[in-house]
Design a protein around this ligand. Structure first.
Ligand code: G6P
Length: 366
């Protein structure tokens, strides 16, 4: 009811603004990295596995896509991410030394549960879930679990569940890195410090809302939008596009920026805004040349730039500068302005933000 919404107009908006609390709660009590954060016997299981298979749907699938970059870079463990509805019906090559990781807000998504059971039937017994509902079927059926503490999520478009999943997946990355001898005490301390800073960092990103609202006024008049990212931020571009299509009904697609020239560049005109997630990482220079390709075709850029990048606003380039540079945790921060962009664009278009047409919060039948 209205009372629960407090000062907010919609649950989605409330849930976006709850993220500092949700992440803080999800990481509460984590005073050091240990496999046992995932349950009794986790150390023994982590010792036996040499690959990771992530299975999920929707927004949860995109958090898995981001985690793949962490798992391969930080824990140096080969990782595959697959949409649950694809995995459950295809012939794949099982490997009993796989850690099967399901990611699900509800813990009841039919395809994700079926994909888990399919993996188990193929002889993969090492299972772990990142889940927001402790009493769910998924938690009962997986050997190990990390329960995110986003709290009840009501908006159909997932927001705080996504960022808390990322926090859980980052912990999993660190625990696997530790077991594999790839996490020094200094690295562990630095990562923990960065994680503890997340609630404050998120608060500062939420304060960018007025700037995002001015972008949303432009987007509300568009029929299409393109989202670009590279590396760890390609899944964030995917999630940004998903949010926009789910609630504003604007056709949106995401591409890894290096693929621009292999197709989507043909679509770029002044009627196709291009959102670019541009953290100041090793790929920034490459991303800048992708942005020039967009400008050369008259495309209008909306850039989320890190604090220390030198990309500036100008003709056809709108920049929102992130308050800080966040290192490995950057996806958790960069997704927030994209959530707000979808929210305010939908608001301007007058759609039913919390209950978008044709979509359900939890898809418990196939
Ligand atoms: C539905 C929801 C999405 C969610 C997806 C997976 O499509 O609308 O927000 O990401 O299901 O749900 P799960 O509960 O498994 O994370």
């Amino acid at each position: 009811g209205a009372a629960e919404l407090g000062p907010y107009r919609h649950y989605m908006q409330k849930e976006i603004f709850e993220q500092p609390r949700a992440i803080g709660d999800t990481l509460e009590g984590v005073n050091g990295i240990t496999p046992e954060l995932f349950g009794d016997g986790a150390y023994g299981i982590f010792k036996q596995i040499d690959r990771v298979l992530i299975l999920a749907c929707g927004t949860s699938y995109y958090s898995g896509c981001a985690a793949k970059y962490w798992l391969e870079e930080i824990a140096q463990i080969p990782t595959q991410v697959e949409v649950a509805s694809e995995y459950r019906y295809r012939t794949s090559v099982p490997d009993p030394r796989t850690l099967v990781v399901t990611i699900t807000q509800s813990g009841e998504t039919a395809d994700t549960l079926a994909a888990l059971r399919h993996a188990q039937s193929l002889g993969m017994a090492h299972t772990l879930t990142i889940c927001n509902v402790a009493t769910s079927a998924m938690v009962r059926e997986c050997r190990l679990a990390y329960i995110t503490r986003a709290g009840v999520e009501i908006g159909v478009a997932s927001t705080k569940a996504f960022t808390t999943q990322l926090a859980g997946l980052f912990l999993l990355t660190l625990a696997l890195a530790q077991v594999r001898g790839r996490l020094s005490d200094e690295q562990e301390a630095a990562h923990l410090k960065a994680m503890r800073h997340l609630p404050v960092a998120l608060q500062a990103v939420l304060a960018l809302e007025p700037q995002v609202i001015s972008w949303a006024e432009d987007f509300a008049r568009m029929d299409n939008a393109l989202f670009l990212g590279r590396g760890l931020h390609y899944p964030i571009a995917l999630e940004g596009a998903l949010k926009l299509k789910e609630i504003s009904y604007i056709h949106a697609e995401a591409y890894p920026a290096g693929e621009l020239k292999h197709g989507p560049l043909a679509l770029v005109t002044s009627a196709m805004p291009v959102v670019t997630v541009a953290p100041n990482d090793a790929l920034l220079e490459k991303l800048k040349s992708n942005m020039q390709e967009v400008r050369a075709r008259g495309g209008v850029l909306y850039v989320l730039a890190d604090a220390d990048t030198r990309i500036g606003s100008g003709e056809g380039i709108h920049v929102i500068r992130m308050p800080e540079h966040y290192g490995a945790l950057s996806p958790i921060l960069h997704v927030v302005p994209l959530q707000l962009l979808a929210y305010h664009t939908a608001l301007a278009r007058g759609t039913d933000v919390d209950k978008p047409r044709n979509l359900a919060k939890s898809v418990t039948v196939e």
